[in-house]
Design a binder for this molecule. Structure first.
Ligand code: NAI
Ligand code: MG
Length: 345
């Protein structure tokens, strides 16, 4: 039986265009001959915003809903006021498609140099909550622009939202060799949200007796990400802490050019979205300098999510082999070609 993957592609802005082209090359190379890849490209991001004033029209959102998955490059440009595209496009997609599992692996591949002394073994995955916390847009400002301005940004935490991400993290920890799960929060100060997270973490943990658990305040976690990153296996945390921690994770595992992510809706009710952690990098856009590896690793996550585990493993192995042998500078498309070659070869 021939199968088809219907993929929506949103290259976006800046280097998003460049890295997504390479990600697609590798995806094509990885798929078995009887699987057909059907891509539909959507023009979203800064250019569309300047042309039409639109960020994510409802008609596009409705169309996107029908795909098996979404591959996104990067969104954002200095010419667009901060927050317009982030809230109006990226966050709108994550919320509308209930991407409550934001998965961000942190792995130091052999041959990649970390700024950390001693090249520690780093292989963890951050399970960041994706639909709650301070990112829900529950806030406002009063007396704006006056000396008496007031601004609020309320962090929203529901038992339902915490439980589903915590359970997902336990399942992932259970499936990994080390079976260790660390909750990261700040429950000594953010007592209302923090105690809810801690209580649910303990309750759900009773269902996973094989998983060893740990708790760290987020500030202490930043210390251990640098001094003892090998202590982490799976980490579960709230939306904001996860955002910040995963940039640090990228920095200690070889840089933002290698950091992949998935915005996952595990039920399959809506398409999941895979994207490099980095942004549109206006400083190097259009010069063929961007490393497409983060996008290629995001493609591996996409394959895994759609049930192509062997193909995902082949893509990861190709990246590992390429990283182990990297010398000199190569252009974006040279890296993509090399990875596609290894995957199909
Ligand atoms: P950025 O990730 O675009 O760039 C930070 C630095 O990393 C730059 O020096 C850039 O050249 C370098 N870099 C990033 N990706 C690289 C790659 N693949 N290969 C080699 N070098 C790479 O972050 P920045 O500068 O803070 O943001 C630029 C724009 O991107 C902003 O508009 C921001 O809002 C947006 N952004 C979008 C994201 C998304 O679409 N998910 C995530 C982060 C930022
Ligand atoms: Mg971020």
């Amino acid at each position: 039986m021939s199968r088809t993957i219907r993929l929506a592609v949103v290259p976006g802005d800046g280097i998003g265009q460049e890295v997504v082209a390479e990600g697609l090359k590798v995806l094509e190379a990885a798929l078995p001959a009887d699987v057909k890849l059907e891509t539909t490209e959507y023009d979203l991001g800064a250019r569309r915003y300047h042309r039409t004033g639109e960020t994510l029209p409802d008609s596009v959102l409705a169309e996107l809903k029908g795909f098996d998955a979404i591959l996104l490059g990067a969104i954002g440009d200095p010419s667009v006021p901060s927050g317009v595209l982030e809230r109006g496009l990226l966050l709108k997609l994550r919320f509308a498609f209930d991407h409550h599992i934001n998965l961000r692996p942190g792995r130091l591949f052999p041959g990649v140099s970390s700024p950390l002394a001693g090249q520690p073994e780093i292989d963890f995955v951050v399970v960041r909550e994706g639909t709650e916390g301070p990112y829900v847009g529950n806030g406002g400002s009063l007396r704006t622009g006056t000396p008496h301005e007031v601004a609020t940004e309320v962090s929203l935490n529901t038992a339902y939202g915490i439980e589903r991400v915590v359970r997902d993290a336990y399942r992932r920890a259970q499936a990994r060799p080390r079976k260790k799960l660390t909750l990261v929060h700040k429950n000594n100060v953010l007592v209302h949200a923090g105690h809810l997270w801690s209580r649910i973490f303990a309750e759900v943990g009773a269902e996973f007796p094989e998983v060893a658990t740990d708790y760290l305040h987020v500030d202490a976690a930043t210390i251990f990400f640098v001094t003892q990153p090998e202590r982490f296996d799976v980490i579960v945390t709230d939306n904001l802490f996860g955002d910040i921690l995963t940039d640090l994770a990228a920095a200690v595992t070889g840089g933002i050019g290698l950091a992949a992510s998935g915005n996952i809706n595990p039920s399959g009710e809506f398409p999941s979205m895979f994207e490099p952690v980095h942004g549109s990098a206006p400083d190097i856009a259009g010069q063929g300098k961007a490393d497409p590896t983060a996008t290629v690793l995001s493609v591996a996550m996409l394959l895994e999510h759609l049930g192509y585990a062997a193909e995902a493993a082949r893509v990861e192995a190709a990246v590992a082999a390429d990283l182990a042998e990297r010398t000199g500078t190569r252009s974006t498309s040279q890296v993509g070609d090399a990875l596609a070659g290894r995957v199909s070869g």
